[in-house]
Write a protein that binds this ligand. Structure first.
Ligand SMILES: NC(=O)C1=CN([C@@H]2O[C@H](COP(=O)(O)OP(=O)(O)OC[C@H]3O[C@@H](n4cnc5c(N)ncnc54)[C@H](O)[C@@H]3O)[C@@H](O)[C@H]2O)C=CC1
Ligand SMILES: O=C([O-])CC(=O)C(=O)O
Length: 339
């Protein structure tokens, strides 16, 4: 299992062209869901994964059987709770991705999902701490601003917490930001690289358009900022009760997982992704977790980038995000620490 190797991952895991014993075991928890299925499909294409382990409370064996016919070299297994399925899914895992949990319906905030998803994430994190304590844990389930602190507390209580290995997946915010800016500026998405910091809900999502290298009118800044902050609501509304973003989220989740695989398995340097991690960036303001660009390395978080220069408007957005983020984080921690 590469996660506990002391030797250089570059030497041991030089780029593989097909899945080999050097590659990683990756689990998707909630694999039969709206995100889980397309995410698993995208991950089946990775040569850096040797074993794709799919877990859900229902239907995971069917999804696994289906994906297992695709002629890439990773093994796919499907697990349900019966017969210690979660233990089997997690044992030996290097990366665990968690999209398990209920999605929003129109009129709900992400925080409205807390009552259902907090206990789902707590129980899955408890199993991770027991069966794969060294795995990198990637949290997609909402509300991310609270579910990430929940996972941290569970690992902390088990004496297994390594802040380099816990990630809230905020990639969809930069994926959206890139696309929305490319549409407004009529440029290729490749040229629309937008930093987004903060958390993953409404005003806690803070796009830093001033750092993009493009110029915007005041109206464009306001409209783009609002669209990036509330992009999730756009999809929830359009799906009209049938859930929230699944396909774009699967794309974003696969992008983040692949970046982490490139850093941890292939030993690539200089890979930077935005992600919600334990961070000192706003520690003075009492914010324990925060998303900024993060360089990924062999052990996970290699270097947390600072926020950089922001203008007055963006400083205002940060000021608005901080109290809400603090509340979300406190709520997650309190859920685990309640008597
Ligand atoms: N981080 C982000 O940017 C985004 C996060 N999300 C969040 O991802 C979560 C999943 O969304 P969808 O896939 O659309 O929902 P979904 O309802 O389609 O799928 C969720 C899956 O989780 C499974 N599940 C429920 N409890 C479980 C448990 N204890 N163990 C294992 N699996 C369990 C369900 O059986 C279902 O298959 C939601 O909380 C949603 O808000 C959605 C989009 C973006
Ligand atoms: O909006 C939601 O509930 C799902 C989500 O997190 C997103 O699409 O960004």
């Amino acid at each position: 299992m590469f996660a506990i190797r002391q030797i250089s991952p570059i030497a041991k895991r030089a780029f593989s062209t097909s899945a080999s014993s050097n590659a990683a075991k990756v689990a998707v928890l909630g694999a039969a869901g709206g995100i889980g299925q397309p995410l698993s499909l995208l991950l089946k294409q990775s040569s850096l994964i040797s074993h794709l382990s799919l877990y859900d409370i229902v239907n995971a064996p069917g999804v696994a059987a289906d994906l297992s016919h695709i002629n890439t070299d990773s093994k796919v297994t499907g697990h349900v709770p019966q017969n210690e399925g979660l233990k089997a899914a997690l044992t030996g895992c290097d990366i665990v991705v968690i999209p398990a949990g209920v999605p929003r319906k129109p009129g709900m905030t992400r925080d409205d999902l807390f009552n259902t998803n907090a206990s789902i994430v707590r129980d899955l994190a408890t199993a991770c701490a027991e069966h794969c304590p060294k795995a990198h844990v990637l949290v997609i389930a909402n509300p991310v601003n609270s579910t990430v602190p929940i996972v941290a507390e569970v690992f902390q209580k088990a004496g297994k917490f390594d802040p380099k290995r816990l990630f809230g997946v905020t990639t969809l915010d930069v994926v959206r930001a890139s696309r929305f800016v490319s549409e407004v500026k009529k440029i290729p998405t490749e040229e629309a690289k937008i930093t987004v910091i903060g958390g993953h809900s409404g005003v806690t999502i803070v796009p830093l358009l001033s750092q993009s290298g493009h110029s915007f009118t005041e109206e464009e800044v306001k409209a783009l900022t609002h669209r990036i902050q509330f992009g999730g609501d756009e999809v929830v509304k359009a799906k009209d009760g049938a859930g929230s973003a699944t396909l774009s989220m699967a794309f974003a989740g696969a992008r983040f997982t692949n970046s982490l695989l490139e850093a941890t398995v292939a030993g690539k340097k200089g890979i930077v992704e935005p992600t919600f991690v334990k961070s000192d960036v706003f520690a003075k303001e009492g914010v324990e977790f925060f998303a900024t660009n993060v360089e990924l390395g062999a052990q996970g978080v290699e270097k947390i980038h600072p926020v950089g220069n922001v203008n007055e408007y963006e400083q205002g957005l940060i000021n608005a995000a901080i109290p809400e983020l603090k509340g979300n984080i406190t709520k997650g921690k309190a859920f685990i620490n309640k008597a």
